[in-house]
Write a protein that binds this ligand. Structure first.
Ligand code: NOJ
Length: 536
């Protein structure tokens, strides 16, 4: 079978701006990230997803790009980027970047030209209309922050479409020149050494709404053009779809080996939180059964939290309310009427056992795990910041002022107070505490990488009478791997013997405690076990 590097990988997402400031100007930078690659390598990360680092007015945290061929000068320059790639290669770490091409910044030269002159070739790079057009069943992306998708531009004398903020005009993907520009951007960054792209807003890129004469099928073919281009330039580079879609829509993005290699598992993410909220595994099981198999060509990218809100839009109203009640009871913790603007650790009330259960589940489900910077130390959020900024505070490195993130007193605001404040929650302190979540996660990553069957094996769920117990299994050429997770706070007993009979013995590999070869497994509240079965 063909081996794909990403199948047994650990993804880590970070924003250069909030990771580490090397020059004391209060803003994280590429040299800072280069300094911290030692840390990431030691943690066991194998692929970094860099959030947008391009020149940008930063209306949307860099997701409004004004020059695709450059680096935001506050963060460094292309030389620093090349150094990062070089050093990452030494450590065997791949770098993937965001390709934000559903829209540009309003300050991008294409848009400046487009609004100035109806006859410019750039006019048709964007989507215009004389009147705002209503679309049926299209959700506003930032309800409450941006309440329209069409904004009138005085200079252009027309409305332009923007599915996100009005400072992010949508590109017209039907225009062949736009598609060529996108491929050119991809070519540039591939030649800079990246190993692939997270395709931002992939689901919106292929929506024909507002574009005259556009057909969804035609737009979807663009993913195939991207894949061909990528395959010709760099055979092992990947396309990762950021598409928050239902299981039946996944094929649009993966489609054998002809479109993307990976897709974010938003559907699973939402139901996993429902299961955690209920302390019951049915939502998780039902969801896993609904997910289409996308192996061996494709992979799910599983995650708990990322840099946006925890979007719960695929749940029913009742289910969403259950998750809100458990994890975001205060309205200030909710956003856009559909999501939660909190980090993982505070949502779980800093409960170590629950945090470990969540990570153990994440790392043992079919697919590839993604973790976000700071989640490995159980970082908190700052709800006094606006919107999604609450979960984007700087990394907490030490108990020094500014969390060791920057030497500048007035840089980006770090979390100072409370149980998630940097004096307590920081890399250095947690590294020196033997049983800290950080040291535990390092071990979890190491074990996960020694279990390649999770990324490629045959997956099976073994349903239990106990509604809190989730048992699953992978079979592959490497052997049999088993897992049991207890979603309740009370201990449970589970008989391993019934699984495969008496002819096998158990080899404990990981868990909330060492279960050795016990046939009747005692699982603590929120406990879990990983083991292999081998012939006696
Ligand atoms: C998805 C990104 O994750 C989000 O942060 C951004 O606001 C939108 N796409 C628009 O680019």
């Amino acid at each position: 079978m063909k081996y794909h590097w990403y199948q047994n990988s650990i993804f880590y997402s970070l924003d250069v701006e909030t990771f580490f400031d090397s020059n004391g100007d209060g803003i994280g930078d590429f040299q800072g990230l280069i300094d911290k690659l030692d840390y990431l390598a030691a943690l066991g990360i194998t692929c970094i997803w860099l959030l947008p680092f391009f020149p940008s007015p930063n209306r949307d945290n860099g997701y409004d790009v004004k020059d695709y061929y450059n680096i935001d000068e506050r963060l460094g320059n292309l030389g620093d980027f090349a150094q990062l790639i070089d050093k990452a290669q030494v450590y065997g770490i791949k770098i993937i970047i965001d390709l934000v091409v559903n829209h540009t910044s309003i300050e991008h030269p294409w848009f400046r030209e487009a609004r100035k002159d109806r006859n410019s070739k750039y006019r048709d790079y964007y989507v215009w209309s004389d009147e705002p057009v209503e679309f049926e069943s299209v959700e506003l992306s930032f309800q409450g922050e941006e309440n329209t998708m069409w904004t009138f531009d005085e200079q252009a004398g027309q409305y332009y479409l923007h599915r996100f903020y009005k400072e992010q005009p949508d590109l017209n993907i039907m225009n062949a020149d736009v598609r060529d520009e996108i491929l050119k951007i991809m070519g540039f960054w591939l030649s800079m050494g990246v190993s692939g792209f997270r395709i931002d807003a992939a689901a919106i890129i292929i929506e024909p709404h507002g574009i005259k004469g556009a057909e969804q099928e035609e737009l979807e073919k663009f993913f195939e053009e991207m894949r061909h281009f990528l395959a010709a330039k760099k055979t092992d580079a990947i396309l990762l779809a950021e598409a928050n879609v239902k299981p039946e829509e996944v094929a649009t993005y993966i489609k054998g080996e002809s479109r993307m290699h990976m897709i974010f598992n938003f559907f699973l993410n939402q139901y996993l939180f429902l299961s955690l909220a209920q302390g019951k595994v049915q939502p998780l099981i039902k969801t896993l059964r609904k997910l289409p198999g996308i192996q061996p060509a494709g992979q799910w990218l599983n995650f708990l939290r990322q840099h946006d809100e925890l979007n719960l839009n695929l749940l029913t109203d009742k289910e969403r309310q259950q998750v809100f009640k458990q994890f975001a009871p205060d309205e200030s913790m909710q956003i856009y009427g559909r999501g939660i603007r909190r980090r993982l650790a505070p949502m779980l009330d800093g409960n170590d056992a629950l945090l470990k259960l969540s990570y153990s589940i994440l790392l043992s489900l079919p697919g590839v795990p993604l973790i976000r910077y700071g989640d490995e130390i159980g970082m908190g959020d700052d709800l006094s910041l606006e919107g999604r900024e609450s979960v984007r505070t700087p990394m907490q490195w030490t108990s020094e002022p500014n969390a060791g993130f920057s030497t500048r007193a007035k840089g980006r605001k770090v979390i100072e107070k409370g149980k998630f404040g940097f004096p307590k929650i920081n890399v250095l302190s947690l590294q020196s505490q033997g049983d800290s979540i950080l040291n535990w996660i390092e071990r979890l990553f190491s074990i996960r990488k020694q279990c390649p069957e999770i990324g490629s094996g045959e997956f099976e769920i073994i349903e239990q009478d106990n509604e809190c117990l989730f048992v699953h299994h992978f079979r592959s050429e490497h052997g049999d791997l088993w897992f049991a997770h207890n979603f309740s706070g009370d201990p449970v007993t589970f008989s391993r013997e019934e699984l495969v009979g008496k002819s096998k013995k158990w080899v404990h590999i990981f868990g909330s405690r060492d279960a050795g070869e016990d046939r009747a497994l005692q699982i603590d509240g929120y406990g879990f076990h990983w083991w292999r079965s081998i012939n006696k």
